[in-house]
Design a binder for this molecule. Structure first.
Ligand code: R5P
Length: 275
């Protein structure tokens, strides 16, 4: 990796421990005003001190983060479909590399839909984006999107992650599944996990994070299970404790209880400069 690529990559995956806490707030690009993300700025601002990076579209970046913010940006640059359209996999690249550079992003993110009608198109999108990223030293995050008809098992996710790595993605986001270590084993680049739909119990989020890290994930790119929580700050602190401090599920659960009692008010700021 050249200097710019390495510098940007190190802002996404910590060079100290190889881990990452990325906050996903890009849902509106196909879901519209998602619950608790109706006004992105309101959702994002209180969480910024506790994230390593933030994943969002250029529209939300421009309108919801001050340009003096230092939080590393993971810019979603694929889209062109909606939840009410006929095929979510029919994505294109929605942002030019020049605009990404102007926005000073640390990483570009794009979805691939392996096994879907538009598999080829989305994999070609990834290859094109990797070439653009290589030209300017910007790492690429490939998101393995899973259609309703796909099974989220190690065989499918392992296939999608491997293909993403083979096409040159520098980091891959996928879902946790049974035999997750197989997914990790077969992927040549770091893998981070999405949280998926809001889980019923807080402990389930901590378990998901803990198991993923234990089985080789480099971190999380988590959205709804953080900001749809009743206590988003407490939740992100608990998730962060597992990712960066190797907390056990019990230790993280205790931290969550303590932080909830504090009422999400008293904040121990981790990344002051993100604000
Ligand atoms: C989905 O394609 C979006 O990219 C989200 O960023 C991703 O699903 C992670 O968010 P969540 O943890 O809410 O699933």
């Amino acid at each position: 990796m050249d200097w710019g690529m390495t510098n940007r990559f190190s802002r996404i995956i910590s060079p100290e421990n190889g881990r990452c806490v990325m906050l996903a707030v890009d849902h509106g690009y196909f879901l519209g005003p998602t619950e608790k993300l109706e006004v992105p700025q309101r959702t994002i601002e209180p969480l910024l001190p506790y994230v390593d990076s933030i994943m969002l579209t250029r529209g939300v970046l421009r309108t919801s983060l001050p340009p003096i913010s230092h939080v590393p940006i993971v810019l979603r640059v694929s889209g062109g479909t909606s939840i009410i359209g006929d095929d979510l996999s029919n994505e294109t690249i929605t942002t030019s590399i020049e605009d990404a550079l102007r926005l000073n992003v640390s990483c570009l993110a794009l979805s691939i839909f392996v096994g879907s009608k538009h598999e080829h198109q989305t994999l070609a999108n990834l290859a094109t984006l990797v070439d653009s990223g290589e030209r300017y030293g910007i790492p690429i995050l490939a998101v393995t999107a899973v259609g309703k008809e796909m099974v989220r098992d190690a065989r499918y996710l392992g296939l999608a992650c491997r293909i993403a790595g083979e096409l040159g993605a520098h980091v891959v986001k996928t879902y946790y599944c049974e035999n997750f270590e197989k997914v990790i084993e077969g992927c040549p680049v770091p893998v981070i996990i999405a949280g998926g739909k809001k889980l019923e119990k807080d402990i389930d989020v901590l378990e998901l994070t803990f198991n993923a890290i234990k089985e080789g994930a480099s971190g999380v790119d988590m959205g709804r299970n953080i900001w749809q929580s009743e206590h988003p700050i407490a939740m992100i602190k608990a998730v962060r404790s597992i990712v960066h401090e190797n907390f056990s599920i019990k230790e993280a659960a205790d931290l969550l209880v303590t932080e909830k009692k504090i009422g999400d008010r008293k904040t121990v700021v981790v990344n002051q400069k993100n604000i």
